[in-house]
Design a protein around this ligand. Sequence first.
Ligand code: SAM
Length: 175
Amino acid sequence: MDSKHEVAVLRIGHRPGRDDRITTHVGLVARAFGADRVIFSDKANSSTSTINEVSLNFGGPFRAETTPSIPKFVKSWEGLIVHLTMYGQPINPLVDEIITSYNSQPILVIVGAEKVPFFIYELADWNISVTNQPHSEIAALAIFLDRLFQGEEFNKSWDGAKQKIIPQKLGKLIK
Ligand code: SAM
């Protein structure tokens, strides 16, 4: 978490209506687990507003943005690219190499929905699997960010929060 470099998460393949909740949860996990911003397709406006509202209420800095063109966004990214896919190389042997590279460059983490276009596999510096079993972009992203930040994301402080949850043994306390 000491790195000065950006961690951005790109959610591709969003299907309006059907994927709204999952896309929003990708954004929630990106924010809660230490990324700096999430980029959605411009068809995901409701997820974008929800995430930015969460940041207003519970703190930042974190922002959700949209792009009109995922291919252009990926092709113009200046930094490392990690694509999370069940077909990729297992995370454990590669995580140290990714952390070392991330110390000198920003990183874009790409998660998909249905079928991911092949140019994403080709443009990625690493195609990484979190097990080689099919599961979820939300789970894969959470595990990947936790490994990248080595658990330090849990100590992140949040600026400008209107609401702060005070942990309780029993019950709910929000200040
Ligand atoms: N065929 C997809 C794939 O390439 O992983 C599975 C589709 S899954 C419904 C949607 C997204 O979840 C994928 O694009 C990928 O980002 C993520 N995902 C699912 N299982 C994964 C795994 N085992 N490792 C890494 N990412 C995974």
